[in-house]
Write a protein that binds this ligand. Structure first.
Ligand SMILES: NC(=O)c1ccc[n+]([C@@H]2O[C@H](COP(=O)([O-])OP(=O)(O)OC[C@H]3O[C@@H](n4cnc5c(N)ncnc54)[C@H](O)[C@@H]3O)[C@@H](O)[C@H]2O)c1
Ligand SMILES: O=P(O)(O)OC[C@H](O)CO
Length: 333
């Protein structure tokens, strides 16, 4: 297939490499001009995926329109907060029949739009028939190294999900399909907020009990918001829900968990972000989830505390005390 990839961060580069290795003709667009130069000449991406050699057939470009021209499948894998700008720019030259696969995991600030919403608003609601969400427990580096990984391709159009499944699958990358893009998209976004919570807990020096509790009760929060937004319950027990939540709350490669750990250890958010070039989607998505939960009347106490710690300067220990001393209740109230 002719495939375009929008975004040459760690995940975009790992997936573009995988697709090229699967025999597709792949054009990878990078935002940074110096990265296009390096990827083309040195076949490496030292900014976002150091130590991984690029596939010899992978084409790299700094021209955004080349990532969609004559493409049969386009993979969007840029930070969520810039997705609207990129898709709006590309709308006039968008290939109408192409399948659009989204691998970004976040919710837009201010609009509270999911990436599905952004796609419908920029490319038209009809595009959702060609839209697939690709999400699951997949650290880019481990996928790039060929370590066995599983993921879900979710779409309301079964044919589109199957097309993505066959384009991405190989011996080390196993893709399941799902008919619940809403649940799969929400799982990927909310787990980033909960990973920050798990990091804060570790940074404060709490133990395994606390982390296991955060994962379990975090999953309840994910499911609640999912229900309010029309997601299928079982998606949250799957790869894009529990799977990714466990990975990101426990894995040292997680940027979101790392942000949380540093916060727990006493660094300010501004100082943490100043030394990070990569994106930790949970930082902004914590704000989106907070307001989304409020607007839907959904109780999400852990996500609420992450928002307050990150964006309202609440001391982490105070937030934990507030969580622990909430009114006592049944586990499934
Ligand atoms: N890295 C992973 O393991 C992984 C796995 C699954 C999903 N994701 C998701 O993939 C998405 C992309 O993350 P990543 O990890 O590949 O990125 P990254 O953190 O490795 O790199 C940051 C990316 O942001 C881009 N960028 C920064 N400012 C930009 C701008 N103004 N306009 C356009 N692009 C800009 C950079 O070019 C780079 O591609 C995120 O939503 C992330 O949650 C990442
Ligand atoms: O490094 P993180 O925290 O952005 O997580 C990366 C992926 O989403 C894991 O599936």
């Amino acid at each position: 297939m002719k495939i375009g990839v929008i975004g040459a961060g760690s995940w975009g580069t790992a997936l573009a490499n995988l697709l090229a290795g699967n025999g597709h003709e792949v054009v990878l667009w990078a935002y940074e001009p110096e990265l296009v130069e390096e990827m083309t000449r040195q076949r490496s991406n030292s900014l976002f995926l150091p130590g991984v050699s690029l596939h010899p057939d992978l084409i790299c470009t700094g021209e955004l329109s080349r990532s969609v021209l004559e493409r049969e499948l386009v993979l969007l894998v840029a930070p969520t907060q810039v997705a609207r700008g990129l898709l709006s720019t590309l709308a006039p030259c968008w290939p109408a029949e192409a399948v659009l696969v989204n691998a970004s995991k976040g919710i837009e600030l201010t609009t509270l739009a999911t990436v599905s919403d952004i796609v419908a608003q920029t490319l038209g609601a009809g595009m959702l028939e060609h839209y697939v969400v690709l999400s699951g427990p997949t650290f880019a580096r481990e996928v790039a190294l060929g370590l066995p990984s599983l993921i879900v391709a979710a779409s309301r159009n079964e044919q589109a999900a199957r097309l993505a499944q066959s384009a991405f699958s190989n011996q080390t990358f196993r893709v399941y399909t799902s008919d619940d893009p809403v649940g799969v998209e929400l799982g990927g976004a909310i787990k980033n907020v909960l990973a920050i919570a798990a990091g804060i807990s570790d940074g404060l020096g709490f133990g395994h009990n606390t982390r296991a509790a955060l994962i379990t009760r975090g999953l309840v929060e994910m499911r609640r918001l999912g229900r309010a937004m029309g997601a299928r319950d079982e998606s949250f027990s799957g790869l894009a829900g529990m799977g990714d939540l466990v990975l990101t709350c426990t894995g040292d490669l997680s940027r979101n968990r790392t942000v949380g750990m540093k916060l727990g250890q006493g660094m300010t958010l501004a100082a943490i972000l100043a030394e990070m070039r990569m994106v930790a989607e949970g930082v902004k998505t914590s704000e989106s989830v907070y307001f989304l939960a409020q607007s839907k009347g959904v109780e999400m106490p852990i996500c609420e505390k992450v928002f307050e710690i990150l964006h309202r300067d609440k001391p982490a220990r105070e937030a934990v005390l507030e969580l622990m001393t909430r009114e006592l209740k049944a586990e499934y109230a």
